[in-house]
Design a binder for this molecule. Structure first.
Ligand code: FES
Length: 109
């Protein structure tokens, strides 16, 4: 198994449903979403042309975020690109709550 690092995001109270938080880890920027109580983390970089997905429109019911640059939609659960102009998925990361803190697990660099 490859090594991983856990990144502290925020208190779970600070990320209510419909909210998104961005956390930076080295060269990796991660967007953490609360979709009606379920937490998901994706790389905050659109696979079309690096748009900041956390700044796009987020639909917590559908678990979809739209890139603010050219509108490509991604499923935040799987990272799948749902609409053009993006067609490659974004990377996803496991999210947990530990002692009331939201934690994202990423590969160690
Ligand atoms: S950068 Fe995201 S759709 Fe173009």
């Amino acid at each position: 198994m490859s090594a991983t690092v856990q990144i502290d995001v925020c208190s779970s109270e600070d990320l209510p449903s419909g909210a998104v938080k961005v956390v930076v880890h080295g060269e990796l920027t991660i967007a953490v979403f609360n979709a009606e109580g379920a937490l998901y983390a994706i790389e905050d970089r659109c696979t079309h042309d690096d748009g900041p997905l956390a700044e796009g429109e987020f639909d917590p019911e559908e678990c979809v975020v739209a890139c603010p640059r050219h509108g490509a939609e991604f499923d935040i659960r799987s990272g799948s690109a749902l609409t053009l102009p993006a067609y490659r998925p974004v990377e996803t990361f496991p999210v947990d709550v530990e002692d009331g803190r939201i934690v994202v697990t990423v590969p160690a660099t």
